[in-house]
Design a protein around this ligand. Structure first.
Ligand SMILES: Nc1nc(=O)c2c([nH]1)NC[C@@H]1CN(c3ccc(C(=O)N[C@@H](CCC(=O)O)C(=O)O)cc3)CN21
Ligand SMILES: CC(C)C(=O)C(=O)O
Ligand SMILES: [Mg+2]
Length: 292
């Protein structure tokens, strides 16, 4: 596969108001996979968050988050399923369309759900085409290294940028559980083969989930496409977290790699209780909330 980067020098200070850096840039046009390649060349680190709805996405867009993933983690974080396995392509299309509508600058990546690409490259292309045409995403993501090579190749040949995802691949929870991947020499070699395979297939970036920090650092050094870590240590080019985890909205246990930046569960619960007490006690609405 021909790559986007490498050969010719890349620049992203264009007259159309594009940003100098992915985060903190002043640009207003939507970020592209080409901008992502520039960031790797410059050694620039960047943040990615998941989003599942237009309003939340607009908050992150205004905060300058350059890349948003409409993750199939919507399964357990938005739709009330136990895992990501039951999520359908119809659901991902609807959620992705909402996130695209709520944003103007971020690159929106739509996660292909379980069962929408495993049959082969043709099924993958059909599914990815729906996310691009019906939802308007700028790229799609799918799980698997060597095993997804042919799917990635056909999507990229067809003009759809692909973010790959290796290490812990949650759609395979029934086969592998939620366990650290790449521990031991053999597993480390497999992870390196997977990383090179998705790069060779033309992926513009690769998520490394729950792999030892030293191995993630090695993959990041070896690849010319950016690595996006989640539970993969500090050396990856980018970091991603599930938004409900990092804002303290997810109920129950969260993975140990999560850093919690707010406690929305407490904020929202307290607000709901205050409203309920106002209603029950007759202190809401007041005259200022009424029409005459
Ligand atoms: N809320 C949420 N956050 C996520 O990061 C996330 C999802 N959901 N759903 C889709 C996948 C599944 N992910 C998971 C799920 C569980 C673990 C977990 O239980 N990890 C253990 C470590 C296991 C080990 O040491 O082998 C942990 O305590 O972090 C990790 C990632 C990441 N993704
Ligand atoms: C955890 C990220 C990488 C993901 O795939 C998701 O949110 O679905
Ligand atoms: Mg996912």
């Amino acid at each position: 596969m021909t790559q986007l980067s490498a050969a010719q020098p890349l620049r992203n200070s264009t007259p159309d108001g594009s940003s100098k850096t992915l985060y903190g840039g002043k640009g207003t046009r939507r970020i592209t996979v080409r901008d992502i390649a520039v960031a790797k060349e410059r050694g620039e680190k960047w943040p990615m968050l998941t989003a599942y709805d237009a309003m939340t996405a607009s908050v992150f867009d205004e905060a300058g988050i350059p890349v948003m993933l409409v993750g199939d983690s919507a399964g357990n974080c938005h739709l009330g399923y136990e895992t990501t396995v039951p999520v359908t392509l119809d659901e991902m299309t609807m959620l992705s369309a909402a996130v695209v509508r709520g944003t103007s600058r971020a690159l929106i990546v739509g996660d292909l759900p379980f069962g929408s690409y495993q049959e082969g490259p043709v099924q993958a292309l059909r599914s990815a085409t729906r996310l691009v045409k019906e939802a308007g995403v700028g790229a799609v993501k799918l799980e698997g290294g060597e095993r997804s090579h042919r799917q990635i190749e056909l999507l990229v040949e067809s003009g759809i940028p692909v973010m790959a995802h290796i290490g812990l691949t949650p759609q395979s929870v029934n086969a592998m559980g939620y366990r650290v991947q790449g521990r031991g020499e053999e597993a480390a070699q497999q992870l390196l083969r997977d990383a090179k395979s998705v790069q060779d297939a033309g992926a513009f970036a690769v998520v490394l989930e729950l792999v030892p920090a030293e191995l993630a650092a090695e993959v990041t050094r070896v690849l010319h496409i950016p690595t996006v870590g989640i539970g993969a240590g500090p050396e990856t080019d980018a970091q991603v977290l599930v938004w409900t985890d990092m804002l303290g909205l997810t109920g129950g246990r969260v993975p140990k790699f999560v850093k919690q930046y707010a406690n929305l569960r407490e904020v929202m619960g307290n607000a709901a209780k205050a409203f309920a007490e106002d209603v029950v006690g007759g202190t809401f609405p007041q005259d200022e909330h009424s029409v005459h």
